[in-house]
Design a protein around this ligand. Structure first.
Ligand SMILES: *[C@@H]1O[C@H](CO)[C@@H](O)[C@H](O)[C@H]1NC(C)=O
Ligand SMILES: *[C@@H]1O[C@H](CO)[C@@H](O)[C@H](O)[C@H]1NC(C)=O
Ligand SMILES: *[C@@H]1O[C@H](CO)[C@@H](O)[C@H](O)[C@H]1NC(C)=O
Ligand SMILES: *[C@@H]1O[C@H](CO)[C@@H](O)[C@H](O)[C@H]1NC(C)=O
Length: 622
């Protein structure tokens, strides 16, 4: 090759600095046994919490809410089991059961006499409460929240009656566990208790009720004594309700020869309006480092909980509590946050996560009834549940999640890049790539980030199929796509609205480069398209699973021999798409060196240089 043609390559010397800002090299272990990954995920892992007072909004009253049922069924088809439901929240501590009340509704208790800022017996439910719940898909696991706040002299009869109704009433869905009391750490504030109330008194009252429910309800029904999930706390920071303290208080000890505690159950929200002091924007939510910061204390609690030998479940969680934030929790950026949160918590060995729903919350995955002048509809967040369900189902109950180190990402992509691995049958199966850089729908020149993946030599020369979680932008409220699928507002039915299949191929050493647009996530699955296989259910049968067959044929190129070239083009195109004119290449490089205003927008001149350089590089090295 003549020297003069190759000369412009020298110009490239100044470029890697800016290119380094938009790419990252990652190696994934091909075997789970070498990788430090989670335990296998339960098919019901990514579930929902439903506020008890809102149950009928979700299930329907006299008539079933087919939309909600379909929203549950979609996820069951993808993962192999319906999402885990926690029926609990503040209102579980207001409810008493009356077997003679048969409406598909709850009513105010005309004889309310109990204590509390809102009385601990202010709401009455009857048998139809469980008939409504039973409309959810077969074997939907239910954690049911019993009332601990109520403490009138007949409290044992009351809690036993409700527990009995739950056991008798759940015929189609599956009673999985009981909570006793919602957020007892707040009982002094909401006037459910006065005087000395702490982790120790809670422990005594919890065990007293667990024992009564077991002896009178669970034992006669042939159910296990290890059926209860304490402490269901809001926040234990600075309280006497920390797991270690409760263990010290005897919460996990046997009572009358029985071990009642089966799980550690805690609650959290990324942000809670009126509690979290600082303000919140969508961009803040999408800074995923914020999740780690906010969850740092909880990571320790998870570890302490697991060390006691019991699983840890996060039964009440949300991006924004108590009822979301329009423009933040109900736009596409929240879906990226949610997918990251599921992968992150899975990698910590949290064994179940319930995203809390009320009928009026803009953080609920779907709006089940007409509200705010809008008919029932699907929120973007639901698409993250669909993605996670397919990731889990893809491994037939052997899926294990690991996280890849992204801490070397600096500059403006810091906090915006996450990468996780998913293993099936102990082997690397997919890589989950998240780029949460905020790009709005109106932004016509979105940037992208390139993940240079090394999937190991055992994955050399393999097809990798890409499933994308996308929308026009982070601020989009609709038009969301997961793996080409959309879910219809009002019916919840899934349909494939983009049947194109994007495939790449690893090179002779197992490497592949994948570019992810700002405000997008991609799951790269080895050998087949996610969701194209049947999914094994617990009973050995399979769900229809397949929403999308990979028979349409690949539309993306990327043979092993052209991998380097493809990578170069991908990077170039990524740069091209972020061009908005303005600063020169020199200025860009300089600001990059100072570590400020990272070079997201490159000048047209720089782009030309880049394009020419890549073309020449191709000619030179071909
Ligand atoms: C998760 O649990 C598995 C199996 O017990 C263990 O090997 C792994 O180290 C745990 N991971 C974390 C982050 O605790
Ligand atoms: C929820 O979002 C809707 C728009 O869909 C808005 O009208 C309503 O005010 C929001 N509600 C709350 C409580 O923020
Ligand atoms: C899961 O099970 C289905 C149905 O038996 C099968 O087609 C698929 O290959 C299995 N997937 C894995 C990763 O083993
Ligand atoms: C996206 O839109 C929000 C709200 O309109 C705005 O505050 C933000 O600056 C925009 N972000 C970008 C990257 O354009």
């Amino acid at each position: 090759m003549i020297r003069s043609l190759c000369f412009p390559l020298v110009w490239l010397a100044g470029l890697p600095l800016s290119l380094a800002q938009t790419s990252l090299s990652l190696s994934a272990q091909s075997k789970a046994s070498n990788a430090g990954v989670s335990s296998p995920l339960d098919a019901s892992f990514a579930g929902f919490g439903i506020e008890p007072s809102n149950l009928f909004s979700f299930t329907g009253g006299d008539d079933a809410n087919d939309f909600s049922v379909q929203m549950m069924q979609n996820l069951a088809d993808y993962s192999g089991a319906p999402p885990h439901i926690r029926l609990g929240g503040n209102t579980q501590d207001y409810m008493v059961f009356d077997s003679s009340y048969n409406d598909y509704a709850w009513k105010n208790n005309p004889q309310s006499s109990a204590q509390g800022a809102i009385a601990a017996d202010s709401m009455v439910i009857g048998p139809s409460y469980f008939k409504a719940l039973d409309r959810f898909p077969k074997d939907t696991p239910i954690t049911y929240g019993l009332n601990l706040a109520y403490e009138d002299s007949d409290y044992v009869d009351r809690i036993v009656a409700t527990a009995q109704a739950a056991v008798d009433g759940m015929q189609n869905v599956k009673l999985y566990s009981f909570e006793i009391g919602n957020e007892p750490d707040l009982y002094l504030q909401n006037q459910f208790r006065s005087g000395s109330w702490d982790g120790q008194t809670y422990t005594e009252q919890f065990l007293d009720r667990a024992d009564a429910v077991y002896q009178q309800v669970l034992k006669p029904a042939g159910l296990s004594a290890t059926f209860f999930e304490p402490p269901a706390t809001a926040s234990t920071i600075g309280t006497t309700f920390e797991i270690e303290m409760l263990v010290q208080d005897g919460l996990t000890d046997e009572k009358n020869g029985n071990k009642y505690v089966g799980w550690w159950n805690q609650h959290d929200y990324f942000y809670f309006i009126g509690v979290t002091p600082q303000s919140l924007t969508l961009d803040d939510l999408m800074d995923l480092d914020g999740t780690n910061t906010q969850f740092a204390y909880w990571e320790k609690q998870v570890g302490i909980g697991l060390d006691t030998g019991l699983p840890y479940v996060l039964r009440e969680m949300s991006s924004v509590g108590p009822i979301g934030m329009h423009g933040v929790s109900d736009v596409f950026g929240a879906a990226l946050w949610t997918l990251n949160f599921f992968c992150y918590t899975a990698s910590l060995n949290i064994s179940s996560v319930q995203m809390h729903m009320t009928d009026n919350s803009n953080a609920s995955a779907w709006q089940p009834i007409s509200m705010y002048g809008r008919d029932p509809f699907v929120r973007p967040q639901y698409y993250a549940h669909a993605a996670m369900a397919q990731i889990v189902g893809n491994g037939n109950s052997t899926t294990q999640i690991g996280s890849l180190a992204v801490s070397s990402v600096t500059g403006e992509y810091k906090g915006r890049i996450r990468a996780y691995t998913a293993y099936a049958n102990g082997d690397l199966q997919s890589v989950i790539l998240i780029n949460s850089m905020q790009a709005n729908a109106s932004d016509g020149n979105k940037g992208s980030f390139t993940f240079n993946l090394n999937l190991g030599s055992s994955n050399k020369n393999k097809n990798v199929y890409l499933s994308t979680l996308t929308a026009d932008g982070a601020d989009s409220e609709s038009g969301i796509l997961w793996n080409g699928i959309t879910f219809a507002d009002g019916s919840g039915k899934a349909s494939v609205s983009d049947s194109s299949v994007t495939m790449k191929r690893t090179d002779g050493s197992g490497k592949v480069s994948i570019s992810v647009r700002d405000s997008q996530a991609v799951v790269a699955n080895i050998n087949w398209l996610l969701g194209s296989n049947a999914v094994l259910k617990g009973d050995g049968s399979t769900t229809e699973g397949a929403r999308k067959k990979s028979t349409a044929g690949p539309t993306a190129t990327g043979g092993a021999g052209t991998a380097a070239w493809t990578g170069a083009v991908t990077t170039t195109l990524a740069l091209a798409s972020s061009v908005t004119g303005g600063g020169s290449a020199e200025e860009t490089a300089a600001s990059g060196q100072r570590g400020e205003a990272p070079p997201r927008r490159m000048g047209l001149r720089a782009l030309m240089v880049c394009l020419v350089a890549v073309m020449i590089a191709f000619v030179c090295f071909a």
